[in-house]
Design a protein around this ligand. Sequence first.
Ligand code: MF3
Ligand code: CO
Ligand code: CO
Length: 252
Amino acid sequence: MIIIKTPPQIQGIRKSSKLAAATLEYLSKFIQPGICTEKLNTLAHQFITNHHAIPAPLNYGGFPKSICTSLNCVVCHGIPSTNEILKEGDIINLDITTILDGYFGDISATFPVGKITPTAQNLINRTQQALNLAITAIEPNKYLNESVGKVIEDFITPFSFSPVRELGGHGVGLKFHEDPFVFHFNSPQNHILLKPGMIFTVEPMINTSPNWRVNIDPVDGWTVRTTDGALSCQFEHTILVTDSGSEVLTKL
Ligand code: MF3
Ligand code: CO
Ligand code: CO
């Protein structure tokens, strides 16, 4: 069941989403060779709690940290660690979800660490473009798969890149993960009419290979990696369907 949010709920989710976006912007300034992902986690935890909010990942289904930090071939759900030190040429996704007054906002972005390869930069640019194209295509009375999955798949596959299929976006706001599951390829399961007041994330994970397959780390049970070691990149926003189109709630 997809929840249609009320105006007060939308206002609460907007406020939480803006805090998530502000946290991401704050963290981005610390990204440089030599910093460990645990330090980014600590900075994010402090920033979020100083703003009277809760980092949603902490203890979610047993997740041990306050943000996800996903490096290079890690697709998502990377666990911050003192052993993981950023180095020149890496790409890193930071995924921030806040709970403010009970409302959830969810955002992520991928950043270069120092100078990166042209392929890595192209992957970042194309993934961000894919997300923006989908956002622009979101309108009431259109189908979710036509606006999101099809737009992203059609845009990304000519580059010999691929959208990950096993993970997707999600309804969000009153809970961390609500209906619908949002596919980043054209799936008949997303033949759902968009309605004003729906709020969901769009968060394409794109691999630099036509192979979209992923594995979960058998030791930590969380870290998702590409099966072929290809680089993976992700951008995420929390989106409200409005009367005329969409509003990015996770903007500053
Ligand atoms: N923020 C992620 C998403 O976009 C979910 C992270 S779940 C966690 O849906 F447990 F790993 F934090
Ligand atoms: Co999300
Ligand atoms: Co997220």
